[in-house]
Design a protein around this ligand. Sequence first.
Ligand code: EZ4
Ligand code: CO
Length: 403
Amino acid sequence: MMKITDAKVIVTCPGRNFVTLKIYTDEDLYGIGDATLNGREKAVVAYLEEHVIPCLIGMQADRIEDIWQYLYRGCYWRRGPVTMTAISAVDMALWDIKGKAAGMPVYQLLGGASRDGVMVYGHANGETLEETVEEVGKYIDMGYKAIRAQTGIPGLPSTYGVSGDKMFYEPANGALPSENVWSTEKYLTHAPKLFERLRETYGDEPHLLHDVHHRLTPIEAARLGKLLEPYRLFWMEDCVAADNQEGLRRVREHTVTPLAIGEIFNSIWNCKTLIEEQLIDYIRATVVHAGGITHLRQIAGFAALHHVRTGCHGATDLSPVCMGAALNFNLWVPNFGIQEYMRHTPETDAVFPHEYSFKDGYLHPGNKPGLGVDIDEKLAAKYPYQRAYLPINRLQDGTMWNW
Ligand code: EZ4
Ligand code: CO
């Protein structure tokens, strides 16, 4: 019987903020879990330190499911991003410990590898169509089989997904939120031109993806889906805000462009209708925000019954710890679709030494026991927390819009 003896939260900012939970046991094993909630990091730190860690001390580290239920049912106030990110971190750390205790990578504990590698997509972006086409080419040259493309819109000063630093895209860039301006009309006439050019330039082979970032209403999203059909997208991502799951019915009845949604979901209850009614093709819920491996496994199992595959969020705010967990999960999960992969900076990679590696468009978690990721605490301590926010978004007349 292995007992939890202590746990602590490590906050570090090697270029961007990361929150990591470290759980210790009486058998000289520890585990780590990602607890990063972009722009709201300290809320999760407080939730863990004040309300979770005191309960964990003395619990049996091998009872992953029971501890999940304890933190979910037991707190009475179910779900929400802060609670679920905290539960996710505990869950990841406990799977890490179980893997280390068993001497196996976590994917082996889940049932073993279902594939040789995990197909990932990169994030290519540019101010202009020409620049974006060029950036997509760089990803193809690096071996990527799938690329998401985002481009600036003429007449708008800035747009989601387009950044100065092409390789290390980072939207959380201000000590206070910066402001973007949005025009649905300009976007809807411009975005399809990008995919026309990409197919002309690179042919049928590469998988092309696009993120709408919750900016459209269902009927507008339906129109975009139809306009993009000739270019055969792998998916159209977050085409509407999904607070109202029924909204996706309107999109679905008009277009055969595959739909992916859910990077901000924190529970199966955010996507039950979407999955059950087969309104989407890919579910983007992640290990770090949707209740850890324990809950994501349940979402994926439910999705598998309804022809929905996984497509986990993997932007830079999901730490290498989350990436290690996601890759172990992805290598196993039967209904795997694709994994987002935005590379971390060398500074971040140094703080989180990891086993996973990229080759020919695929990532592999490696075979080290547990999640295959560690944290260098001495190095982490050199990068103190710096408040950073995601931008906000307004229409041209100043009305608040969706980020
Ligand atoms: O806005 O990760 O698919 N990726 C995205 C990201 C998200 C940020 C939020 O923290 O949409 O850019
Ligand atoms: Co997205």
